[in-house]
Design a protein around this ligand. Structure first.
Ligand code: SF4
Ligand code: F3S
Length: 107
Protein backbone atom coordinates (compact mmCIF):
# COMPACT_ATOMS: atom_id res chain seq x y z
CA UNK A 1 0.00 0.00 0.00
CA UNK A 2 1.13 3.50 -0.76
CA UNK A 3 -0.17 7.03 -0.79
CA UNK A 4 -0.45 8.70 -4.17
CA UNK A 5 -0.20 12.30 -5.33
CA UNK A 6 -3.16 13.07 -7.56
CA UNK A 7 -4.10 15.54 -10.23
CA UNK A 8 -4.73 18.61 -8.12
CA UNK A 9 -1.04 18.92 -7.24
CA UNK A 10 -0.25 19.80 -10.87
CA UNK A 11 0.73 23.48 -11.18
CA UNK A 12 0.17 23.97 -7.41
CA UNK A 13 3.02 22.06 -5.73
CA UNK A 14 2.53 23.48 -2.25
CA UNK A 15 5.11 21.02 -0.81
CA UNK A 16 3.68 20.98 2.74
CA UNK A 17 3.57 17.22 2.26
CA UNK A 18 7.33 16.70 2.03
CA UNK A 19 7.92 18.34 5.36
CA UNK A 20 6.10 15.62 7.31
CA UNK A 21 7.18 12.49 5.46
CA UNK A 22 9.30 10.39 7.85
CA UNK A 23 10.96 8.45 5.05
CA UNK A 24 11.49 11.31 2.55
CA UNK A 25 9.81 9.51 -0.30
CA UNK A 26 8.65 12.53 -2.33
CA UNK A 27 10.18 13.29 -5.72
CA UNK A 28 9.90 16.58 -7.55
CA UNK A 29 9.24 17.44 -11.16
CA UNK A 30 8.76 20.83 -12.80
CA UNK A 31 5.08 21.21 -11.82
CA UNK A 32 4.14 18.11 -9.79
CA UNK A 33 5.34 15.92 -6.95
CA UNK A 34 5.10 12.15 -6.67
CA UNK A 35 5.45 9.54 -3.94
CA UNK A 36 7.69 6.51 -4.45
CA UNK A 37 5.35 3.57 -3.85
CA UNK A 38 8.11 1.22 -2.68
CA UNK A 39 9.37 3.72 -0.11
CA UNK A 40 6.09 4.99 1.33
CA UNK A 41 5.35 3.35 4.69
CA UNK A 42 1.67 4.23 4.58
CA UNK A 43 1.82 6.45 7.65
CA UNK A 44 -0.88 8.83 6.32
CA UNK A 45 0.83 11.95 7.71
CA UNK A 46 1.02 13.71 4.36
CA UNK A 47 -2.62 13.42 3.34
CA UNK A 48 -4.05 16.10 5.67
CA UNK A 49 -1.11 18.44 5.04
CA UNK A 50 -1.94 19.12 1.40
CA UNK A 51 -3.92 22.37 1.21
CA UNK A 52 -5.54 21.32 -2.07
CA UNK A 53 -6.38 17.73 -1.06
CA UNK A 54 -4.23 16.17 -3.76
CA UNK A 55 -3.00 13.15 -1.76
CA UNK A 56 -4.92 9.89 -1.48
CA UNK A 57 -4.39 6.47 -0.07
CA UNK A 58 -4.00 4.01 -2.94
CA UNK A 59 -7.32 2.38 -2.12
CA UNK A 60 -9.14 5.71 -1.95
CA UNK A 61 -7.94 7.13 -5.26
CA UNK A 62 -10.93 8.53 -7.14
CA UNK A 63 -11.98 6.43 -10.12
CA UNK A 64 -10.91 9.10 -12.60
CA UNK A 65 -7.42 9.36 -11.06
CA UNK A 66 -6.46 5.67 -11.02
CA UNK A 67 -3.72 6.29 -13.56
CA UNK A 68 -1.87 8.42 -11.01
CA UNK A 69 -0.77 5.26 -9.24
CA UNK A 70 1.41 4.34 -12.21
CA UNK A 71 2.38 7.97 -12.86
CA UNK A 72 3.73 8.26 -9.29
CA UNK A 73 5.64 4.98 -9.65
CA UNK A 74 7.18 5.93 -12.99
CA UNK A 75 8.15 9.51 -12.19
CA UNK A 76 9.55 8.66 -8.75
CA UNK A 77 12.23 6.67 -10.59
CA UNK A 78 13.07 9.62 -12.78
CA UNK A 79 12.80 12.76 -10.66
CA UNK A 80 15.06 13.99 -7.80
CA UNK A 81 14.16 13.58 -4.15
CA UNK A 82 12.69 16.57 -2.29
CA UNK A 83 12.87 16.73 1.50
CA UNK A 84 12.18 20.34 2.41
CA UNK A 85 9.23 22.62 1.84
CA UNK A 86 9.61 25.42 -0.68
CA UNK A 87 7.37 28.12 -2.14
CA UNK A 88 4.31 26.89 -4.01
CA UNK A 89 4.11 27.57 -7.73
CA UNK A 90 3.30 31.22 -8.47
CA UNK A 91 -0.20 30.55 -9.84
CA UNK A 92 -1.06 27.81 -7.35
CA UNK A 93 -4.27 29.46 -6.15
CA UNK A 94 -5.61 29.81 -9.68
CA UNK A 95 -4.93 26.19 -10.53
CA UNK A 96 -6.63 24.69 -7.47
CA UNK A 97 -9.50 22.53 -8.67
CA UNK A 98 -9.06 23.18 -12.40
CA UNK A 99 -10.21 20.03 -14.27
CA UNK A 100 -8.09 17.99 -16.68
CA UNK A 101 -4.78 19.19 -15.33
CA UNK A 102 -3.13 15.94 -16.34
CA UNK A 103 -2.57 17.35 -19.80
CA UNK A 104 -0.48 20.11 -18.17
CA UNK A 105 1.87 17.66 -16.45
CA UNK A 106 5.48 18.25 -17.43
CA UNK A 107 7.27 14.91 -17.14
FE1 SF4 B 1 5.48 9.77 3.37
FE2 SF4 B 1 3.72 8.76 5.09
FE3 SF4 B 1 2.87 10.19 3.02
FE4 SF4 B 1 3.88 7.78 2.61
S1 SF4 B 1 1.99 8.25 3.72
S2 SF4 B 1 4.35 9.61 1.44
S3 SF4 B 1 5.45 7.68 4.20
S4 SF4 B 1 4.12 10.94 4.73
FE1 F3S C 1 1.32 18.78 -4.16
FE2 F3S C 1 -0.21 19.07 -2.08
FE3 F3S C 1 2.22 18.22 -1.74
S1 F3S C 1 -0.12 20.41 -3.83
S2 F3S C 1 3.31 19.21 -3.38
S3 F3S C 1 0.64 17.17 -2.85
S4 F3S C 1 1.16 19.60 -0.43
Amino acid sequence: MTFVVGENCINCKHTDCVEVCPVDCFYEGPNFLVIHPDECIDCALCEPECPVNAIFSEDELPEDQKEFLQINADLAEKWPNITEMKDAMPDAEEWDGVPNKLEKLIR
